[in-house]
Write a protein that binds this ligand. Sequence first.
Ligand SMILES: NC(=O)c1ccc[n+]([C@@H]2O[C@H](COP(=O)([O-])OP(=O)(O)OC[C@H]3O[C@@H](n4cnc5c(N)ncnc54)[C@H](O)[C@@H]3O)[C@@H](O)[C@H]2O)c1
Length: 276
Amino acid sequence: MVCNLLQGKKGIIFGALNDKSIAWKVAEKAYDQGARFTLTNTPAALRFGDTEKLAETCNTGVISADATNIEDLEKVFEETMRMLGGKIDFLLHSIGMSPNVRKGRSYDNTNYDYYQKTLDISALSLHKMLQVARRLDAINDWGSVVALTYVAAQRTLYGYNDMADAKALLESIARSFGYIYGRDKKIRVNTISQSPTETTAGSGVKGFSSLVDFTERMSPLGNATAEECADYCITLFSDLTRKVTMQNLFHDGGFSSMGMSREAMLQYDKSFKPCD
Ligand SMILES: NC(=O)c1ccc[n+]([C@@H]2O[C@H](COP(=O)([O-])OP(=O)(O)OC[C@H]3O[C@@H](n4cnc5c(N)ncnc54)[C@H](O)[C@@H]3O)[C@@H](O)[C@H]2O)c1
């Protein structure tokens, strides 16, 4: 549904790798809703991914940057403001990576150098973005920052490994910086806690397809897709949510409020006869 919700707004979208990426769907929808924005990803992602293709579709440019590197982040904000002719109104942090997960190191056999990389890439990068943006005064008053997270920050889910700790930190940074940025500039900072979604990062989690099946059975509305997540992001970038800040917003079909569902019960007891 196109209602020009982001007409006249400018932004930066971090993390669109390929057409499965949540950030990719956000970019497509933001473009449809009238926004102008830049795309950014790491040099390696730009070599192996399809970000340039997306940039063509969205009539924009790509800025190469490692989100853990302050100089790169300064370049992203400065080049974006030059390309778009002014400060931005929205920013999407859609970044996650755990070397421990990638290399199959379990949580109780963690490599601490990898662990620090996980936290730096997946959580501290949000703090760095916000700190650089604030120093450069790069976000307009009433702007909106959204970062993507997962319920493993609150509940233990097998195989999510050190990413669970990174997500807990990410959500805390959103609250702590959200206070300061809200107080001083009326800029809102929120996290969206999304259902498991088949993307490059998602599929790297051990037992991912079982997790998708489990959460589908547990969620009254079913798992949320990447497109649906993008729709939610658009509402948070729009002026319709100007007083929403410092929140972790579950976008998971109800999963986070469930204990046991009829569908899951049936899965464990095939002879179970539900009464409703
Ligand atoms: N897929 C899921 O099941 C799921 C569920 C909840 C939350 N999330 C979160 O959504 C976000 C987006 O992930 P996705 O599922 O779309 O997967 P994805 O693999 O498409 O996106 C992850 C992105 O992070 C980028 N990235 C990695 N290291 C980086 C760095 N140092 N600097 C800049 N960018 C870097 C990658 O290049 C990639 O574009 C992540 O924060 C992820 O944890 C995903």
